[in-house]
Design a protein around this ligand. Sequence first.
Ligand code: ADP
Length: 398
Amino acid sequence: MKVLVINCGSSSIKYQLFNMDNEEVLAKGLVERIGIEGSILIHKVNGEKYDIKEVIKDHKDGVRLVIEALTNKEYGVIADMSEISAVGHRVVHGGEKYASSVVINDEVMKSIEDCVKLAPLHNPPNIIGINACKEMMPEVPMVAVFDTAFHQTMPKEAYLYPIPYELYENDAIRKYGFHGTSHKYVTQKAAEMIGKNVDDINIITCHLGNGASLAAVKNGKSVDTSMGFTPLEGLCMGTRSGSIDPSIVTFLMKEKGYSCDEVDNILNKKSGLLGISGLSSDFRDIRSTAGEGVERSILARDIFFNKIRQYIGSYAVTLGKVDCIAFAGGIGENAALVRSEVAKGLEIIGAEIDSKLNEAAAGVEACISTESSKIKILVIPTDEELMIARDTKELCCK
Ligand code: ADP
């Protein structure tokens, strides 16, 4: 069975085609600059890269090109479209309605549209992508896999904000959490790695990329996570502030005369590593300039570490017993420095990192804790696309 996974942004489409008989990636790629000059499809098969430069006027055009690339005589991997059994779509927000993935029908589309107010930047391109695929492949079943779904198991005391209850009842203001597909993948993989049943594992999953979040997972279920009503809450990120005193928002508006959009822009695009360092949102740049002694890079780096430690500490208390802590995402998977610095505060909960194993682990699955550590520390390259393909297969193969 072949499953196409689609992740649609406002001007991009990421795709991967899986053979789900053995979970092999047959091809993957990225359509960029849709509707903008210089649009391009970058298609990858067996380590070979093909740049297909064409005018791509909209997402339907983009999906058409993806199908053409997948069926191309020279670099295609399937004879024709009928080989695609199902399509799995990443959808950022499923609100309170979806605690798991779902086959897309009219009712599901309506629910995804209802969530646009909760994710105005993300759900609209997801909807456009689903519609474009439906037009190009009307007979193929499609599945929505939500970033929010894994966190729907959080208890009320974790997901409610201490603000007037009516704002939850009437306006759906609560913590939803994001990166759920990644936290779920990492949880399942960690259970496999330490030889436990997924329903028995207590784990703190650290997804550290440009966007970053932690989750506290008890008996395989998310019980808390650092992102909230939006992906702005929580850790210090590449350009996002993470949690700050909410009065800073009203202060900026009242005292400095900033508009809503300006404050939104500052907190989402000009804060985090970039805001503190004034140099870059990319952790590699922060690491190297901090290493050269640039003071504001050192600060950005240390604030980043400090926030992660604080969340791990509080989630250890939430969980009571922690089997493992797992690092994933571009930073978590690759940056030994982050793992060793974060681990510095963790001896108190019995987590000890083995520095040699840590240094050696880059972008591969590994256990990096010492023999005597009470908590296993793991590196797990996340694979959200595979998770989407698995859910799609499960729902469409029944
Ligand atoms: P996104 O949230 O955009 O998916 P990624 O998971 O790709 O982000 O992570 C991007 C981050 O990972 C960047 O800050 C980048 O600097 C960092 N990163 C990637 N490779 C390395 C590496 N080898 N060492 C340290 N950081 C890395």
